[in-house]
Unconditional design. Structure first.
Length: 111
């Protein structure tokens, strides 16, 4: 016999939701301490940018493509990580080749 619940976060036998809608300040502080650490795919993309500076997302995706993965999926996966790394200030886009942004290691230098 399964019990249907109206709240997907509710666990039978426990009152209230399992996850709070807003994290408490201590949880946010812990996340800020972990934030500088990169995930596996982010590290792979950062290494690819360092090894192939000035490459486009398509070129980097091709370099990182898995055996069982098509080129477009690899480019999309790489593109998501490029944006995350840019927001973190670890890489920058500078210049355009074939209509695509070129990616370089290091933060953008502001005049």
């Amino acid at each position: 016999m399964s019990r249907e619940t109206s709240d997907p976060n509710e666990v039978p036998g426990i009152t209230g939701p399992l996850f709070a809608r807003r994290d408490p300040p201590t949880s946010r502080h812990a996340a800020e301490q972990i934030a500088p650490h990169l995930g596996r795919h982010q590290e792979q993309v950062l290494d690819a940018v360092r090894f192939h500076p000035g490459s486009t997302a398509k070129e980097l995706g091709y370099e990182m493509q898995n055996i069982n993965e098509d080129a477009e999926h690899a480019r999309q996966r790489c593109g998501r990580r490029l944006n995350e790394l840019e927001k973190a200030g670890l890489i920058r886009r500078d210049g355009v080749r074939d209509g695509c942004a070129c990616w370089w290691p290091g933060p953008k230098v502001r005049p």
